[in-house]
Ligand binder design. Structure first.
Ligand SMILES: Cc1ncc(COP(=O)(O)O)c(C=O)c1O
Ligand SMILES: [Zn+2]
Length: 412
């Protein structure tokens, strides 16, 4: 593919040809990033081309994606999700220029569809027969969704504790599902061994250099939806660190192409016991394992698989990291819903808790524009959502009973 210049190791800088490395750096094992011939791309991708492009999905950015043609992509709409100005929520947070990027609106109801779409497109071009993935849940359900109608076997490894709605998605879409008695990290290692043993194409985060490519499209959309303005800060929930590094890469690439004039600050939001990236960023040390325990299953990660790239994204963007408690994460679910009409799963609601904390600590100024990335829909984890709200009233189907509730001022 002429547009791709190199697969470069983010740790040691070694360059690889596209045909030379499928997953990690052949010298040091570090994660790879795809770098393009930006001069070539500049001729094809600019304001005018984008303004005139009727495609409303991630494929409007095909010129800067590692896929040769859209003949080879899953037949559902991924990306071009809404960006809402969240007036009420913004007023409550003391940040009037608050935006919500609702990525729960993707086909499998999470941001992960962006990555899976690109990786599946790549797998089809490579004529892979079996694709595999380890996941806290969403990457897997998105892979199962996007391969659902394709002639490609999908083998999924998830921790036994993955929420039932995500497991239901996997089974409905026809993936073979292996539930591992252990954590996400255990599932990850087993998936890696399976991929090595059987030659299955591995979509797992951190291993596969193309996931970040799909994820960066969200940054492109934010720029377009803000009429080419860059937001001041983007709050991203962080587990493995692949979303935040992908989004940062998107902003950097649009900047390099001259499409935007300045870069935003990236803010990593982590759960307090799953805060490996935050610790590494703040102490300047390597990414180390932590317990990873949190109710927000999607960001429950002991050892982040793209931690170095995440730390680099925070550092290079002059951003910061914030951690929040499970209680704050739960409280944020109804607050986002009532302040912006968007139902977020716990990992995604963490962004709002993170914003409130950052405001309290004076790290966000009132006049700044802020985007919260809502990475997953609330229906993905109804059990947690129910913990964040009261119980419904249960009555006999009689007006007299209803009248009692009204008299007690319970309804309106
Ligand atoms: C809803 C949601 N938010 C956030 C994340 C965290 O992304 P990353 O692991 O790339 O940091 C995930 C990953 O599974 C997710 O599914
Ligand atoms: Zn390397």
């Amino acid at each position: 593919m002429k547009k791709i210049k190199t697969l470069q190791c983010i740790r040691c800088g070694k360059d690889h040809k596209l045909t030379e490395a499928k997953y990690n750096c052949t010298a040091c094992g570090g994660n790879l990033q795809v770098l393009y011939d930006y001069n070539l791309i500049k001729k094809r991708l600019n304001f005018d081309v984008l303004n005139d492009n009727p495609e409303r999905s991630i494929w409007r950015y095909l010129d800067i994606l590692p896929i040769a043609s859209i003949k080879n992509v899953p037949p559902v709409q991924v990306g071009w999700t809404p960006l809402y100005k969240a007036e009420k929520l913004g007023d409550e947070a003391g940040v009037p220029n608050l935006y919500i990027k609702d990525d729960g609106r993707n086909p499998s109801a999470s941001f992960k569809d962006r990555a899976s779409a690109v990786v599946v497109g790549r797998a089809l071009e490579l004529e892979e027969k079996v694709i595999t993935c380890a996941s806290t849940g969403n990457a897997a359900s998105s892979l199962a969704c996007l391969t659902g109608s394709l002639d490609m076997k999908t083998v999924i490894f998830v921790p036994e504790t993955a929420p039932a709605p995500k497991v239901a998605q996997l089974l409905v879409y026809g993936a073979a599902v292996v539930m591992v008695k252990g954590t996400y990290d255990d599932a990850f290692e087993l998936c890696l061994k399976a991929s090595q043993e059987y030659g299955w194409y591995n979509r797992s985060t951190g291993i596969n250099p193309f996931t970040r490519e799909g994820k960066k499209t969200c940054a492109f959309e934010i720029c377009e939806q803000l009429k080419w303005e860059t937001p001041d800060k983007v709050f991203v929930p962080v587990g493995d660190g692949n979303i935040i590094s992908g989004i940062w890469k998107g902003f950097v690439e649009f900047h390099r192409l001259g499409i935007i004039e300045r870069l935003p600050q990236m803010v990593a939001v982590q759960a307090e016991h799953s805060d490996s990236v935050k610790r590494a960023f703040e102490t300047g040390t390597d990414v180390q394992p932590v317990s990873g325990k949190t109710i927000a299953d999607s960001i429950s990660v002991s050892l982040p698989r793209d931690g170095l790239a995440a730390v680099m994204a925070i550092r290079d963007s002059q951003g910061f990291a914030v951690s929040v408690t499970d209680e704050e994460i739960l409280q944020a679910i109804p607050r986002i819903a009532r302040g912006s009409n968007v139902f977020a799963e716990p990992a995604a609601s963490a962004t709002y808790s993170g914003l409130l904390k950052a405001v309290r600590e004076g790290k966000v100024k009132e006049n700044e524009s802020v985007v919260l990335l809502i990475t997953g829909n609330g229906l993905k984890d109804v059990q947690s959502a129910m913990k964040s709200v009261g119980k419904p009233y249960v009555i006999k189907p009689e007006l007299s009973e209803l009248k009692k509730l009204v008299a007690d001022q319970k309804l309106a």
